[in-house]
Design a protein around this ligand. Structure first.
Ligand code: 5GP
Ligand code: MG
Length: 178
């Protein structure tokens, strides 16, 4: 088995590029069917989702728009804890069908806090497309509507996901070696 090293850690092959492409084609067909006349706005969350967003979007055949944002967390008041805010979200979301594109939902904390900000902008609907979910790590009430793969609670890299900056350019998914 071909192990790779990033910084101080070893990773082993987990999901190959062909399987990823097949799965994303199916997700795109599903989204095509669900949003036929809706002209949805896709919002990709950088950095991790950039490859998934590109591949998913290129397989869509419906009319659709895409935009990218970064999420930044800052300290809120003691009652609100950390607040997540979107950088670069300039579109008017009122009356839009929005599909969030995320790389991975782990605890769900990031997206859960972002949903509040998103809801304030009164879109017609919000759905979530996540390349990966870790159901056994979930701690916040977030459900993805389109999921590439459900994976166990192990750290993965590749296909846009990094370990301390490295690994995003690996075309397949690797899992931290035990
Ligand atoms: P959450 O807020 O859902 O706990 O965390 C989501 C974020 O944590 C993801 O957007 C991603 O940046 C990071 N993350 C969670 N699990 C993994 C993983 O297995 N690999 C990598 N590379 N990042 C992860
Ligand atoms: Mg992320």
């Amino acid at each position: 088995m071909q192990t790779i090293q990033l910084h101080d850690k070893q990773f082993v092959p987990y999901i190959d590029a062909a399987a990823i492409e097949e799965r994303i084609k199916l997700l795109a067909q599903q989204i095509d069917a669900d949003y036929k006349q809706e002209r949805p706005l896709f919002i990709g969350i950088l950095n991790g989702s950039f490859l998934f967003a590109a591949d998913l979007f290129r397989h869509l055949t419906i009319e659709a728009e895409i935009s990218f944002i970064k999420l930044a967390s800052y300290k809120g008041t003691s009652s609100t804890g950390n607040v997540i805010t979107a950088i670069g979200l300039e579109e008017d979301l009122s009356n839009r069908h929005v599909v969030i594109i995320e790389d991975i939902i782990d605890t769900g904390k990031t997206l859960h806090s972002f949903m509040h900000e998103l809801n304030n902008r009164a879109p017609k609907s919000i759905k979530i497309a996540s390349f990966l979910t870790k159901p056994s790590a979930l701690q916040f009430p977030i459900t993805a509507d389109y999921v590439g793969f459900e994976i166990p609670n192990k750290f993965v890299v590749g296909y846009g996901l990094d370990y301390d900056g490295l690994g995003r350019n690996i075309p397949s998914l690797y899992q931290l070696s035990e």
